[in-house]
Design a protein around this ligand. Structure first.
Ligand code: GLN
Length: 220
């Protein structure tokens, strides 16, 4: 322990957590909280020192630096988006550059083409996704993925009745693929979509990646 550490401890001001807490303080990330596993996303954000805001009404979108659309049931989420008058305000904010990340059902809600969804969605991201693409036999599984922006270490991904990304427009970068080449994570500008659920593992790297995207957009 150095003498300055000793002073901090004596004053009760020693750093409690990693640098992330101070680095990201002041950043406000919304989590769409109509249905699905929004609480799990909020918990990871808190771990990273980011203030999560539960979004249920159009006014909850004010002041956000980013938005996560969680996994759940895309039919229910889109129905509630319509009922709560959130569809149009969300389209505007996402088109306007609000960093937005859809996980699983959230990816279906973001996709320009959502195969198997019979309702209007946000539809701003130039990807085509297929709902429940893995079928009954393998409707849930876990696997290690190489995700280039997260570094060398493999990323353990949890898939639950997941969609696949079947097509991507010219401005879309595929971030991860299964061994057979199926795309399962993508980014287009400030929009990110993952077929899997980073909020259900202890690995916070995907959330850090999104928080960093939101932070750099805010700084622009
Ligand atoms: N199968 C769900 C849907 O179609 C998505 C599942 C999930 O989010 N885990 O919306």
């Amino acid at each position: 322990m150095t003498s300055s550490d000793a002073r901090d401890v004596a004053a009760g001001t020693e750093p409690v957590d990693s640098g992330l807490r101070t680095q990201h303080s002041g950043l406000v990330i919304g989590v769409l909280a109509l249905q699905g596993d929004f609480a799990e996303h909020a918990a990871v954000l808190r771990k990273l020192g980011v203030t999560p805001v539960e979004v249920r009404l159009p006014r909850d979108l004010e002041g956000l630096d980013g938005l996560i659309i969680p996994g759940g049931e895309s039919t229910t989420i889109t129905r509630l988006l319509r009922i709560y008058d959130l569809l149009e305000p969300l389209r505007e904010r996402v088109r306007g550059g609000l960093p937005t990340w859809g996980t699983c059902a959230g990816a279906i809600v973001l996709a320009r083409e959502a195969i198997g969804l019979d309702q209007a969605n946000i539809g701003t991201m130039d990807i085509a996704v297929r709902r429940n693409a893995f079928g009954r036999q393998v409707d849930s599984f876990e696997t290690d993925l190489a995700v280039a922006p997260l570094g060398e270490a493999p990323y353990h991904a949890v898939f639950i009745r997941a969609p696949t990304i079947e097509g991507v427009g010219p401005g879309v970068q595929v971030l991860a693929r299964l061994e057979d080449g199926t795309a399962v994570a993508a980014r287009e500008g400030t929009m990110v979509a993952t077929s899997f659920h980073p909020e259900l593992t202890d690995d916070t790297r995907f959330h850090e990646y999104f928080v960093e995207l939101a932070r750099s957009e805010k700084a622009r």
